[in-house]
Design a protein around this ligand. Sequence first.
Ligand code: DAH
Length: 360
Amino acid sequence: MNGIDTLRGAYLERIKTAADEAAVEEIRLAALGKKGEISLKMRELGKMTPEERQTTGASLNRLKDEIDAALRARKAGLADAALDARLASEWLDVTLPGRPRRMGTIHPVSQVMEELTTIFADMGFAVAEGPQVESDWFNFDALNIPPEHPARQEHDTFFMNRAEGDDRPPHVLRTHTSPVQIRAMTDQGAPIRVIAPGRVYRMDMDQTHTPMFHQVEGLAIDKNISMAHLKWVLEEFCRAFFEVPSVELRFRASHFPFTEPSAEVDIRCSWKDGQLKIGEGDDWMEILGSGMVHPKVLKAAGVDPTEWQGFAFGMGIDRIAMLKYGIPDLRAFFESDLRWLRHYGFAALDMPDLAGGLSR
Ligand code: DAH
């Protein structure tokens, strides 16, 4: 009897202090395994008298059950503790803000296209597109620039090749975004309100010109659209785009074959210590051409000029990007210099929106 109590005390103590599940298994083998201490004692029962066997057998069985239960409990406790430890070591606060990773930057021209699209979309303008390789009819004729018109020379056009013997007029790299006016009206008819940002090409290269540059065309046609609407839309655009409380625009009479009357638009600005400021000062900077769409242009696009009228404008995107972000040299836009891009570029995935502040 005494021997059994000693065994119980010793094993329960060992089980209590077992460090891990492997140690618990070791104790189980030592006590209850085939050659375990308690198993061996069970075997000795056969040599006992029936009376002894009855009492000792019952005690040994109880001891066996007790040790077995203690082993299981300790094992479960250790497994719980191990899980707790793992959970604690792998703990992660999913509410923490992410760590920003360098993913390259958005080119200022792309950024500005996003910004102006956001602003015009807010005023109800949809985005229209057209091909960069354009027929000369869309690029010129439909815009009231017939073959002999001097404006054709001014456009420094790149011509595509025609196959030998094909004497149709060659296609051109579009010299402006204005042909998208014709395509959009032909497709959608009137009323219509669209902008068309995109690449244009002219054979020109110096400090302020590159052979490829970007324009955005605007077009609004309805029953009663006037120059007053044009003025409001452009002022609203400039205020939002340059993120200033007010801007002053100057409309100068001009001439474009596709508008009548036509106006070039300047924005008031100041140059102080090489720093350009929009909305103040005594200087003016030309930013776009505009006017009331010529009846011949409406007619070419299948829109009845006795019923519909409206305004159009064409603005240099690279120019307004330089103005807004203080970029001094146009040519740098297209040199793909990574240091330049890192300096002037914008965070990827940071889409401009009017509520959040366009350029943050
Ligand atoms: N297409 C002209 C250019 O590239 C710009 C322009 C002027 C567009 C007047 C217009 C406009 O829509 O009405 O020089």
